[in-house]
Design a protein around this ligand. Sequence first.
Ligand SMILES: Nc1ncnc2c1ncn2[C@@H]1O[C@H](COP(=O)(O)OP(=O)(O)OP(=O)(O)O)[C@@H](O)[C@H]1O
Length: 250
Amino acid sequence: MNQLLHLEDVTKSFGRVTVAKDLTLSVSPGEALGIVGPNGAGKSSLFAMISGDLRPDSGAVWFEGRDVTDVPPHARTRAGIGRTYQVPRPFEHLTVFENVLVCGYQGAALKGKEAWQHTMGVLERTGLADLANTPAGRLGLLQRKRLEVARAVGTNPRLLLLDEVAGGLTEPEVLELVTMVKQLHAEGLGIVWIEHVVHALVKTVGRMVCLAGGDVVANGDPTQVLADPKVRELYLGGGPETDLPEEAAS
Ligand SMILES: Nc1ncnc2c1ncn2[C@@H]1O[C@H](COP(=O)(O)OP(=O)(O)OP(=O)(O)O)[C@@H](O)[C@H]1O
């Protein structure tokens, strides 16, 4: 199997709520995949099953040809899966540099000078080099989001899972974030990005999946997925944060 990530018939329920229903999904090495879907569709649960925070009731998760279904989260990080969380929780009293350094130590098993150089490189790639000595607790929202991404990149992943990193940002800030994610993708990182700010995804990913009720509703070219009547139906009932780009909403 030469997929970067492969989920095979994954099913997961919390009581009567099904967050994944015989879900089969693959990501190729270096691919950028966007995931959309209404609130409660099972998007974050999907990430939790990929990162190991949540175990599927049945089915399997494969990473780089290895069945990681029973591999704990810290070992999946070491194996090359990096993720962000919707609500960034950096070590507030540590500096930006220290926050990323910890991820290099713990997530990428780097030590000493190598870890320091790696951290400086990650801060450059995520636009945080000038803030290296600033305590995380003093950062504004965009910089906190950047730091969340930097902490994931700091673990040296080959697959980067981004969970709603554009949420709450202004339009120019979203564009800055898009530029950063595109750059990381251009460096060869495989990316799966869950996002309600759909136009950020359209600018970044080559393929899009729409999830609802733990199932794939549409999968393919982002513009075509967003124009799919089933997806539009879901989004028209999707509440005020729904953000269909003009080309899909027209
Ligand atoms: N640990 C849990 N225990 C019980 N129910 C849960 C748990 N985790 C998630 N759920 C429920 O599963 C459903 C899907 O949640 P999930 O967070 O995966 O959706 P989502 O698509 O990421 O939603 P959003 O866009 O709002 O973040 C929700 O109804 C949620 O309340």
